[in-house]
Design a protein around this ligand. Structure first.
Ligand SMILES: Nc1ncnc2c1ncn2[C@@H]1O[C@H](COP(=O)(O)OP(=O)(O)OP(=O)(O)O)[C@@H](O)[C@H]1O
Ligand SMILES: [Mg+2]
Length: 244
């Protein structure tokens, strides 16, 4: 069997008495667009942060690109791009300066850096915004710049935590075209979203509820496993269950 892009076994994270992620066992193949769904507080961000090597698991294990996240979190960070739920841009730097800063973090220098900056700016069509302060960009442009920053070191995996929250429909569609293009080129994408039309675009999904993995498969399979006709039904069923 080929190496999984992401593999977890009984991955668990507790915060005091609360278990945010419970015994998560999951395998994601290279080049998949994999969606992580679930109501607020179900453990999606906590899962992603463990996979990024930013948060230590309480129990269980995870490998990303074959690297153990607990043993070698710094090595994991070199292989992944992460777009956090709260976008990590420097608002008092321009678009170009943000890109340059992230390129520096990943050790890009000189001509290689300049080449990559130009490539990413062209890929995300940032050319006309390069001189603008990040803090003055609209929400859609901020997301696009954040994606560019996450891509600067050509990561094998992309972790996107609600990357299109608050972005208009046209910009979201464009964003998803970019995601599919990246996956076509071999990048593995793990994405969380509360938009069902976006979830439908994932090859496979995992549905979480209160830290548990409760359904896994294609969008239609996940909806059926939760007991809904559509993904939206499944979501409503879960939310009502959580409120009880
Ligand atoms: N650093 C922390 N300390 C204590 N509790 C935390 C911490 N981070 C997350 N939690 C708790 O863990 C649970 C899961 O949170 P998480 O952010 O993973 O959910 P989520 O599925 O990403 O939700 P949302 O859809 O709102 O982004 C929540 O109850 C949250 O309050
Ligand atoms: Mg979250």
């Amino acid at each position: 069997m080929t190496q999984a892009a992401v593999e977890t076994r009984n991955l668990t994270r507790r915060f005091g008495a609360l278990t945010a992620v419970r015994q998560l066992t999951l395998r994601i193949e290279e080049g998949e667009v994999f969606g992580l769904l679930g109501p607020n507080g179900s453990g999606k961000t906590t899962t992603i942060r463990m996979l990024c090597g930013l948060l230590e698991p309480s129990e269980g294990r995870a490998t990303v690109a074959g690297i153990d996240v607990t043993a070698a979190p710094e090595q994991v960070k070199q292989r992944i791009g992460y777009m956090a739920q709260k976008v990590g841009l420097y608002e008092d730097l321009t678009t170009a300066e943000n890109l340059d800063f992230y390129a520096g973090i990943y050790g890009l220098r000189g001509a290689a850096k300049q080449g990559r900056l130009a490539q990413v700016a062209a890929f995300l069509d940032l050319g006309e915004r390069l001189g603008q302060l990040a803090g003055e960009l609209s929400g859609g442009w901020k997301q696009r710049l954040a994606l560019a920053c996450a891509l600067i070191h050509e990561p094998a995996l992309l972790f996107l935590d609600e990357p299109t929250a608050g972005v208009d429909p046209a910009a979201r569609r464009r964003f998803w075209r970019t995601i599919h293009a990246l996956a076509q080129a071999g990048t593995t994408v793990l994405v969380t979203t509360h938009y069902m039309e976006e979830a439908e675009q994932c090859g496979r999904l995992a549905m979480m509820s209160r830290g548990h993995l409760i359904a896994l498969g294609s969008p239609a399979e996940v909806a059926a496993q939760v007991g809904g006709r559509t993904l939206e039904d499944a979501f409503v069923i879960l939310q009502e269950r959580d409120e009880r």
